[in-house]
Design a protein around this ligand. Sequence first.
Ligand code: RIB
Length: 311
Amino acid sequence: MSKVPKIAVIGSNMIDLITNIHRMPMQGETVEAPDFDLGFGGKGANQAVAAAKLGAEVVMVTKVGDDMFGRGVKENFASFGIDITYVETAPGVTNGVAPIFVDRDGNNSILIVKGANEHLRPEDVDKARDKVLGSDFILLQLEVPLETVYRAIEFGVENSIPVILNPAPARPLDFEYVKKVSVFVPNEVELQMITDMPTSTMEEVQKAGESLLERGVKTVLVTLGARGALLLQDGHCELFPAVKVSPKDTTGAGDAFIGSFAYYYALTGDIAQAVKIANHYAALSTLNTGTQKAFYSREEFDRARAGLAKE
Ligand code: RIB
C-alpha cells in the first residue's frame, strides 16, 4: 500500500465574501457588481483542504469564531476528514472574514479581518503536540500572530518535522526563525516586500531569492502565477513553467499549489517532481470560481492531468 502523507497545518481560516466586479467604486461612488458568493477560505484552511482532498491525513490547528461562521468552518474541515481536535472556538470573538474582489480576468484583491485567528497562541502549538508529532510537514502562513508562527517553527525543529513557511501576507520577519524552515514559499510580491528588492523580471526574482539563501534559508520556492515557480537551493536555480490555462478565478491558487506541493513532496520525497505536479494542481484550481470549492480531489486531478497530457 502506498504511503499516506501526514500534514499538520497551524494557521488561519476565514469565511470568504467573494464579489465579482467590473471595477472598484471610487470614493463616494456606488457601483453595481454582477455576482457574489460565500466560501470557506483562509490560507491555512485552503492549504489543509487541498492536501486533504488529495488524500493526506491532515491535522488543523486553528481558532474559529464564536458565531455561525465558526461553526460552519469546523463542519467544513470535518467534511474533508480533517482532524479538528484542535480547531477551537475563541469565546466571544467573531470568525475571520475575507472580502475578496474578482475582476473580469479572474484577478483578485483581498482584504482580511483576522478575528479569531488573532487568538491562536504559541501555547496552542504545544497543546496540539500529540496530533502534530509524526507529521511529514508542518505548514505555516502569516495570518496568525507571529509568535505562534515562530513557536511552530521551533516545535518543528525540536521534533525533526520539516516546516514549509508561506510568508503570506508578507510582514517583516525574524530570520533567526526563517532560516530554520525547510522550504520558504513566497510569491513574487511577498518576496519583494521581504527582501526589499525588485522582483518584476525573472533575473530580479532570482537575485532576490538568492539573497534569502545568503541569509541562511535552505530552500526558496517562489510562486510566480502564470510564469510558474522558481526553485532555489544548493546553489541551483530552476524555473518550472506553469501549465497554460484560461483562468476564471485565481483566488487560492497559491494555496492550492502549497497544499499539493506538501502532499506530493511527502509522497515522493522528490522536490522537483512535487513542484511540477503542484503547478498542474494550482492551474486546474483556477478553472472554477471560489477557493476551496475549486480544488480537485485526487481522482478528479488524476483524470484532468491525463487529459492535459493528451492535449
Ligand atoms: O489565499 C487566498 C485566501 O487569502 C482567501 O481564501 C482569503 O481567505 C485569504 O486568506
